[in-house]
Design a protein around this ligand. Structure first.
Ligand SMILES: [Cu+2]
Length: 158
């Protein structure tokens, strides 16, 4: 007696997980200092080459929001506004203390650790992403005590 074995081959349904992935922002957090300044940090991965060009928060959190980088000038840490943060395709770019950050200025109140802040990020591609960043304990020793590159004295809005 012959046993016939029918081998059923199920075609694998490949899910569309290649192609255009999504821009992802992970681990967003905020530092809030008693001097009315703070910063938002996160890591960003863009599937295609893009650039973070602007950020925004509610005016009750900070009057002014800029995209900054920290540079060393004559051994001293300085920070300055940048036109944008380049995001090479598929690479993870970190905004972290001592490097790129979303600068928060003119903060009317120090935010307590655990406070959630909506941070809206605008990219050169036109994409806009809002993330919820959580305020962490302020740790002054890792880099907020810096000279501003240009004169901030007169221009602060109150
Ligand atoms: Cu800054």
């Amino acid at each position: 007696m012959r046993v016939r074995t029918a081998l059923l081959v199920l075609p694998l349904l490949l899910t569309a997980c290649g192609g255009t992935g999504e821009l992802t922002v992970t681990d967003p957090w905020v530092r809030s200092s008693p001097n009315g300044m703070g910063a938002a940090y996160m890591t960003i991965t863009s599937p295609e080459a893009d650039e973070l060009v602007a950020a925004a928060v509610d005016p009750s959190v900070a009057a002014t929001v800029e995209v900054h980088e920290v540079t060393m000038v004559d051994g001293a840490m300085r920070m300055q506004e940048v036109a944008g943060i380049t995001l090479p395709a598929g690479e993870t770019v970190a905004l972290a203390p001592g490097g790129y950050h979303v600068m928060l200025m003119g903060m009317p109140a120090v935010l307590a650790p655990g406070t959630e802040v909506d941070v809206t990020l605008t990219f050169a591609s036109g994409a806009e992403v809002t993330v919820i960043a959580v305020v962490r304990e302020d740790t002054p020793e890792d880099g907020m005590e810096m000279d501003m590159d240009d004169d901030m004295g007169g221009g602060m809005e109150g």
